[in-house]
Unconditional design. Structure first.
Ligand SMILES: Cc1ncc(COP(=O)(O)O)c(C=O)c1O
Length: 377
């Protein structure tokens, strides 16, 4: 049977991309804020409902630059339950990550655990809207205001997510996005920083271009974080298709929920509250102790059946060698993150999945539940 992988990048018809390439060939501008880049910034601002966006070559460079733009130093409180780039961006800036445990329902940094992690060296909080589920933005902001800390959201998963009709990308001091091939909106590789004002955007634009302000003036040791014209052009085309892609993701989400709700031992994440918009970027299930087998047994059984889920996020960032020596990385300090990381399995989720494939995947989980029970009986 045809293998099904956890994701498949969304690719519009190739012939639709050719006219964009022809324009690039005509303009002979391949990068450095070319016309495609400028159009994509404008269109993304409109689409996302934000005012200032800076495009990047990828989300990791956006994170590294966001920390530099706000001159973050010392210690930063973050979640262990994320992709490694969240913490790596801190190390690239010589900052010490301080991990704090997550909320068992949202799987995002739990504000109740942030305050205990604050020391005189703390300068910022870097929370992640994991799977596109909004963090407790108000709770985090209250702490940041009390302790005079900056907040940079890793919103790599949160393209198009809204809370009470407002983009969550406006929360905190800065937010970053990833447009990696596996993301809801992709530019092959790509990313962005959302800024609250033109001055901050300008500083970020300098930092992503080696620190150049004009031909002869360099004001900071900036990096090359620029997005090329080809990537920006692909983004413009993707925007034409994004509503359809998101609608299909919502259908798949609903099908999974209908088939898996009530399977003993399987927990699904909560649906967004009314008034909030989800992007259905992932479909994680939590395999609890009441399920007939462990998460890893289910993962391998599904693989044998050609369904390749992924254990995002396992191991935790705090378990990797460059982090596990940190005092905040001790497993006993983060019981929720450790438990979730050993229970989570992300099921395949991408617009091209057919109804038959979604049913096949859900049936594999349901089958796993019954097989073991019969074997045990
Ligand atoms: C939560 C999170 N942060 C940061 C990144 C890094 O983004 P990029 O791959 O575009 O560098 C990713 C994904 O790749 C991610 O999932």
């Amino acid at each position: 049977m045809k293998p099904i992988f956890v994701t498949q990048p969304y690719l519009p018809p190739l012939e639709e991309f050719v006219p964009y390439l022809e324009q690039i060939w005509q303009s002979k501008t391949l990068t450095n804020r070319g016309p495609m880049h400028q159009r994509l910034e404008t269109q993304l601002c409109e689409h996302l409902g934000v005012e200032h966006i800076s495009l990047f070559a990828n989300g990791t460079l956006a994170l590294v630059t966001a920390l530099q733009a706000l001159r973050i130093t010392g210690e930063v409180i973050t979640t262990p339950y994320s992709f490694v780039a969240t913490a790596h961006s801190l190390l690239w800036n010589g900052i010490t990550p301080v991990f704090a445990d997550i909320d068992p329902l949202t799987l995002n940094l739990d504000p109740r655990n942030i305050e205990d992690a604050i020391t005189p060296q703390t300068t910022a909080i870097v929370p992640v809207h994991c799977y596109g589920t909004p963090c407790d933005i108000d709770g985090i902001q209250r702490i940041a205001d009390n302790y005079n800390l900056k907040v940079i959201y890793d919103a790599a998963h949160a393209f198009g997510v809204k809370r009470d009709g407002q983009s969550i990308l406006k929360a905190g001091d800065l937010s970053i996005l990833s447009f990696h091939a596996t993301k809801v909106f992709n530019t092959f590789e790509g990313g962005a920083i959302i800024s609250p004002d033109a001055k901050t955007k300008q500083r970020i634009d300098h930092l992503k271009n080696f620190g150049f302000v004009d031909e002869v003036t360099v004001v900071a040791p900036g990096i090359n974080g620029k997005m090329s014209e080809v990537n920006a052009a692909f983004g413009l085309l993707q925007l034409q298709h994004i509503d359809r892609a998101l609608a299909r993701r919502a259908e798949i989400d609903a099908m999974y929920r209908a088939r898996l709700d009530g399977v003993a031992g399987i927990r699904l994440l909560q649906q967004p509250l009314p008034g909030n918009t989800s992007n259905h970027s992932y479909f994680p299930i939590l395999v609890g102790p009441n399920f007939s087998m462990t998460r890893d047994e289910l993962y391998h059984l599904m693989k044998e059946q050609g369904v390749h889920g992924r254990r995002y996020f396992y191991p935790l960032i705090s378990e990797f060698p460059m982090y596990r020596h940190l005092p905040s990385a001790q497993p006993g300090l983060m019981p929720v993150a450790h438990e979730v990381s050993r229970q989570v399995l992300c099921l395949p989720m991408y617009p091209a999945l057919t109804d038959e494939e979604v049913n096949r995947i859900a049936d594999t989980v349901r089958y796993a539940a019954t097989v073991q029970r019969q074997a045990a009986a």
